[in-house]
Design a protein around this ligand. Sequence first.
Ligand code: ADP
Length: 601
Amino acid sequence: MAGMFKSLIGGALLAGVVLFGLVVERMATRNALADGLDRAETTLRQTLNGLEGHLRRFEALPALLARNQSVRDVLAAPDDPARLAAMNAWLAETNALIEASDLYLIDLAGTTIAASNHARSDSFVGQNFSYRSYFTEARDGRSGHFFALGTTSGVRGYYFASPVQDEGGQIVGVLALKIGVDEIEAAWRARDYRILVSDPDGIVFMSTDPGWLYHGLLPLAPDQLARITASRRYADATLSALQVQRTTTGGVQLMRLADADGSAHEYIATERAMPQARWTVRVLLDTAPIRAQARLVVLAFALLLTVALLLGWTVLQRRARLAERLAIQAAAQSDLERQVAERTADLTRANDDLHRMQADLVQAGKLAALGQMSAALSHEINQPLAAARNYAESTGLLIDRNDLPRAKENVGQILTLIDRMAAIARHLRNVARKPNEPLKAVDLRAVVADSVVIARTRLDAADATVSLALPDDLPPVQGGPVRLQQVIVNVLSNAADAVEGTADRRIAISAQTTAEDEITLLIRDHGPGVAPAIADRIFDPFFTTKQVGSGLGLGLSISYNIMKDFGGDLRLANHPDGGAEFRLVLRPARSQAPSKALAAE
Ligand code: ADP
């Protein structure tokens, strides 16, 4: 398909180039022909001027010479040998002077009585020219002129004739002058042009090419031929028509004419009539070099076009290759994108699965937590309930026995158990409660001091010592003083539990400001630390490693949530030297002044 398209385009391009070439050839040829026509016309003008000038030089001479007295005298006494001799001499002398071909005197009968060429063997003397039109014209009182091939001399010439009149104005003879045309023709031969001069019948009588002489440029009708022969204008020359083909290209007249050797040439033909002599002068310019020049232009153009097309083709080819490369790249890109999309879909699926699993796990974790909670609660509540029931029963017996003091003691025990259960309920409520206490700036040093006081009983019970190392310039932190105190008491109580009964019962509280502008409170003990296996579970609700009855496993969970509420964190890090270290990460308070009074909460 693409190949067919390409060859179609190639064909169209070739046709276009050929068409364009033809147009260029036509234009170039027309241009060159128009140029040639200009040159030919210039030559035509020059030729015409030269010819006319030449003829004009002689035109008036016969009339002038005819006025000479001796001319009249000779005609008055034509049989006087002395006068004739003198006339012959005068004519020869004058003829030489005016550089004409022949000068001669004719009587009214048409017979030449004296001539400049009287001494030559082909002398005109005695010749009768009554058949020549120049003679008849002059005899009839007009000035005659005529072109002809001399019947005696066989030399072409132009004849001027004038009547000779006596004193009374009577025409007594004709003075004739013949000029040759050979020199004029000779001057033309040097040119690049062909020049033809033809008579009204179209017969060529002057030409740069002798082969064309006495041939007709127009077809000759038989009667026309007979008339010309009778006038003996071209003596005994055989007249025939030339093979002429006339065409026009771009307004330029062209003529196809065979040479003497028979080879035909095409010429630019210009012509102009010479009204006075009734001649037509033609200047022909061979078109062969002109056409060759046009062809050269076309060739140059074709070469240029070929180079341009080749260049264009190369550029197109290069573009096509580039487009191909880009397409390959685009395909690779889209392939990559498709792969990424597939992977993403896979990942999304995997992620969804993970989420489902997580949800399942959370659900399972919740159930586990519920189980733990139920176990813890049932023990925490059943145990005091059972005890209270025992006390109540024995109280009844004691009242029956009227042992009121011990009965009262039992009632006291029952009240203690009820208080314990109330405390558990309160604790649970704390877990569920979502405090709406607003955050404010809290003085950490004050809260820590209060917390230590509250935890004192538990610390003393465990025989633990507490050391405080808090910088004086601690910035106020963001939080709620009561809840923060609850967290610190929780962590301190755990620390007391951890060190109880161990050798090193020191608990250290310190604080530091971190690079992130956070304030960290560190509570470190020297107990056994948290086993790594449970490290990430100690913050879960109801997770405890303590004996049933000793802890609900809610302390760290509650504390963790409180710290998160503050925008902080609670982290466990076992100390490298042993013991657990809890880090309470707090954010610096934004603007408010720290609240020192807990009562304010
Ligand atoms: P409880 O104290 O009721 O067990 P907590 O949430 O406060 O509940 O603590 C959970 C568990 O974390 C504890 O049971 C204990 O195993 C562990 N723990 C907490 N603090 C420490 C500590 N300072 N040293 C060692 N273990 C600790």
